[in-house]
Design a protein around this ligand. Structure first.
Ligand code: NAP
Length: 251
């Protein structure tokens, strides 16, 4: 008999699924039997992920275009999931951006853009999914934070504040929703090989590498494997936690 997949027939929304960590999470969740609703700023950006998902489980996913910082657009994504499947089991708040600068010269707009894309989005999606999850008496929310939300980082005051905010949101939501059998956890990745980190200069990358005990950058799949664990019954007694996945950089 083939063993049951970890996320068989679970309905999962993944934001920022067009590439990098979000794409890897979509692929690994599909491999474990989940049915996916993917979101990015354009449908065209999601085509590659949709093909990879189909190769895993032979299922089409729902592709949605939304700016995750805008409430009405977020509501539409969740509505599409509910209209099609009648429930949402898993929400992964992954979409994120950086707009790095020193605090003293950071434009106010860059602060606002990063906080709304990274943090407000997680509030909007969690709020929209909490209602059906409470009704179902089950659900899992996974917030993709960052190690810099724990340590801070020079040149990333906006980004680090947004990621620290996600941790506080995770812990608060976990306390609010636990009685309804909804678990909320965060993953704090270190330096992972994606478009976001590709744009860092070679000198900076070398400096970062020297701070990673495992001696290499992480791969998106290494974050996705933890997301699958947190979404599955294997983590049924874990809520309100931040799982650091960084090759040993932050202890
Ligand atoms: P990435 O390759 O730059 O991908 C970012 C994703 O977010 C894309 O799918 C992008 O979609 C989406 N996105 C950006 N702004 C959006 C918006 N306003 N509305 C909807 N979607 C939006 O980044 P990544 O490295 O995979 O990072 C994924 C998450 O992990 C982020 O939250 C990031 O902060 C976090 N993280 C990454 C690292 C790392 O080392 N890479 C470390 C720690 C934490 P479009 O295709 O539409 O632009």
């Amino acid at each position: 008999m083939t063993p049951m997949k970890l996320l068989q027939d679970k309905i999962a929304i993944v934001t920022g699924a067009s590439r990098g960590i979000g794409q890897a999470i979509a692929v690994e969740m599909a491999a474990q039997g989940a049915k996916l609703i993917l979101s990015a700023t354009s449908i065209a950006n999601l085509k590659d992920t949709a093909d990879l998902v189909k190769a895993q489980n032979n299922q089409s996913c729902i592709l949605t275009q939304a700016n995750v910082a805008i409430g009405d657009e977020v509501t539409e994504v969740v509505k599409k999931a509910l209209d099609t499947h009648g429930k949402v089991d898993i929400l992964v708040n992954n979409a994120g951006i950086t707009k790095d600068n020193l605090l003293a010269i950071m434009p106010e707009k860059d602060w606002d853009d990063v906080l709304s894309t990274n943090l407000k989005s997680a509030f909007l999606f969690s709020k929209a999914c909490a209602k059906p999850m409470v009704k179902q008496r089950s659900g899992v929310i996974i917030n993709i934070s960052s190690v810099v939300g724990i340590t801070g980082n020079a040149g990333q005051a906006n980004y680090a504040a947004s990621k620290a905010g996600m941790i506080a949101l995770t812990k608060s939501a976990a306390r609010e929703l636990a009685r309804r059998n909804i678990r909320v956890n965060a993953i704090a990745p270190g330096f992972i090989q994606t478009q976001m980190t590709n744009k860092l200069g070679d000198a900076l990358k070398q400096k970062v590498l020297e701070q990673i005990p495992l001696g290499r950058m992480g791969e998106p799949k290494e974050i996705a494997d933890v997301a699958v664990f947190l979404a599955s019954e294997h983590s049924r007694y874990i809520t309100g936690q931040v799982i650091v996945v960084d090759g040993g950089m932050v202890t």
